[in-house]
Design a protein around this ligand. Sequence first.
Ligand SMILES: *[C@@H]1O[C@H](CO)[C@@H](O)[C@H](O)[C@H]1NC(C)=O
Ligand SMILES: *[C@@H]1O[C@H](CO)[C@@H](O)[C@H](O)[C@H]1NC(C)=O
Ligand SMILES: *[C@@H]1O[C@H](CO)[C@@H](O)[C@H](O)[C@H]1NC(C)=O
Ligand SMILES: *[C@@H]1O[C@H](CO)[C@@H](O)[C@H](O)[C@H]1NC(C)=O
Ligand SMILES: [Zn+2]
Length: 282
Amino acid sequence: MECCRAHHIIAIVSLVLILSPVVVHGWGIDGHLTICRIAQSRLSESAAAAVKVLLPASAGDDLGSECSWADRVKFHYHWSSSLHFIDTPDNLCAYQYTRDCKDEYGVQGRCVAGAINNYTSQLLSYGNAASQYNLTEALLFLSHFIGDIHQPLHVGFTSDKGGNTIDVHWYTRKTVLHHVWDDSIIMTSEDRSYNSNVDGLIDAIKKNITGEWADQVQTWEDCSGNQTACPDIYASEGIKAACDWAYKDDYFQSRVPIVNLRLAQGGVRLAATLNRHVPRTV
Ligand SMILES: *[C@@H]1O[C@H](CO)[C@@H](O)[C@H](O)[C@H]1NC(C)=O
Ligand SMILES: *[C@@H]1O[C@H](CO)[C@@H](O)[C@H](O)[C@H]1NC(C)=O
Ligand SMILES: *[C@@H]1O[C@H](CO)[C@@H](O)[C@H](O)[C@H]1NC(C)=O
Ligand SMILES: *[C@@H]1O[C@H](CO)[C@@H](O)[C@H](O)[C@H]1NC(C)=O
Ligand SMILES: [Zn+2]
């Protein structure tokens, strides 16, 4: 089983790399799935009801199954491609909304932090019949972008496009640093520790959210004052983690804990963001 699954993954990854020479942004499918499954298990009753209403029928009430929707529509909704990441100044290891949250043309607010604010405020109109927004899309974008902002290299240096231009070896394969953090670390850790099964990883992270990390969860959820959402906190953590962990030479097993922590925080915060706003309007 393990051998075949591994070959299967390599085959798929190679195919994807061949088919998409362009920059790929975002946790891979399993990273996003993990964050959305964790989040959905933590929703308040009214937020869960809203999510159920907004999800397309094909999702079968599983937010995880639609968590990579935003990556699938990136080429069709071309305007959305700059909403998956933030480029910060090289080697500064710090993020500022007004300086860094813009697209390649310099349009303010067009980055993953701006998008999280945007789609969270659109969801505030849930239950308001006159809403001008497609709230299904708002939910799917928000769920994906809260995931992306927790991938350390989604808030990375400008000149290397968040590690997309840095060639590395992952065991026997050649890839780029960005892809290692999107996919490779998660896939290798699934193969080694969870029988190649993403559910095993999700369960292990959930167990740590209620055990090992229980005393931090409240701080992860915090979004003080009357802010709609708190993406600037997550982005600042992200560029710091990228500098501390990703832009380094010695690798492998030592990176698994930071990936697991970011997946946990993403899941907890997606639930907290939805819980904070959706119930008020139901
Ligand atoms: C906000 O959402 C609308 C509707 O999807 C979209 O057209 C716009 O580009 C978004 N802007 C940002 C910064 O997310
Ligand atoms: C809202 O967006 C979804 C996903 O793109 C689409 O399937 C649906 O038709 C849209 N709804 C409306 C009312 O436009
Ligand atoms: C859960 O926490 C334990 C104890 O710190 C750690 O050894 C383990 O790797 C963690 N698992 C995950 C999935 O984060
Ligand atoms: C939040 O907004 C309410 C009403 O707009 C206001 O009374 C309250 O002081 C605000 N709280 C903070 C912490 O800004
Ligand atoms: Zn993405």
